[in-house]
Design a protein around this ligand. Structure first.
Ligand SMILES: Nc1ncnc2c1ncn2[C@@H]1O[C@H](COP(=O)(O)OP(=O)(O)OP(=O)(O)O)[C@@H](O)[C@H]1O
Ligand SMILES: [Mg+2]
Length: 204
């Protein structure tokens, strides 16, 4: 069975899609058989895969659209031979799909926007994962070193008891400019570091 990472946080615009793509592509770049499953009914990851294809540098991972609450039952049969499966989580309201995605996974990777106002759904996300019995690792996104927002966000994740990875993604237009492209530059680097740290820590 593929090492399955559910990229979920019950908050919109947190970077789930971008981070799922970065993770799957890092695995594919390293020679692994990587699948990216899009559980968002709006199909954000599938759309970006199409755009990358049109731009002449298709994603290397196999991309599937899979927004269905019976995902856990089907997950084995839809990813035969994959080494890594990254599932792009649904938007916040789709609780049934979010839970199904977690139930399909070995670990939940929870993007945490490093802005206190955007961390309000962390407790609900942790609670859902705890109910499912799957471990959660947090990764900061939109991180701006040395700012009050970053400091307050660091305090909040400690207060919530989130197991944070060291790998974090900075807030940058260079990141946003990766939209619809195969990850490059700092997003590709983030994906590699994330895959490395997550694989190590999930096995520990
Ligand atoms: N670190 C960052 N710096 C700048 N822009 C970013 C960063 N991370 C994500 N973005 C941009 O923010 C927007 C939201 O990211 P993304 O679509 O990955 O979030 P999401 O959690 O999947 O959102 P949704 O809940 O709508 O599916 C995108 O336009 C993306 O390019
Ligand atoms: Mg998305």
């Amino acid at each position: 069975m593929a090492f399955t990472v559910a990229v979920v946080v019950l908050k919109g615009g947190a970077g789930k899609t971008l981070i799922s793509i970065a993770l799957a592509e890092a695995a594919a770049e390293s020679g692994a058989a990587a699948t990216l499953a899009d559980s968002d009914p709006m199909g954000g990851a599938v759309r970006q895969a199409h755009l990358a294809q049109e731009a002449g540098r298709p994603l290397r991972a196999t991309v599937l659209g899979l927004s269905t609450p019976d995902l856990p039952k089907r997950i084995g049969s839809i990813t035969p031979g994959a080494d890594l499966l990254a599932i792009d989580g649904p938007p916040p309201g789709a609780l049934k799909i979010a839970k199904a995605v977690m139930e399909s996974a070995d670990v939940v990777l929870m993007p945490c926007p490093a802005r206190p106002g955007d961390l309000d759904r962390i407790p609900a996300t942790l609670e859902m994962a705890e109910g499912v019995g799957v471990p959660v690792f947090g990764t900061f996104n939109f991180y701006k070193k040395g700012t009050n927002n970053a400091a307050a966000a660091e305090d909040l994740v400690v207060a919530y008891g989130v197991n944070m990875l060291e790998t974090r993604l900075i807030d940058s237009t260079k990141v946003a400019e990766n939209y619809g492209l195969r990850p490059r530059g700092l997003v590709a680097r983030y994906g590699r570091d994330l895959l490395d740290e997550l694989t190590r820590k999930a096995a520990a």
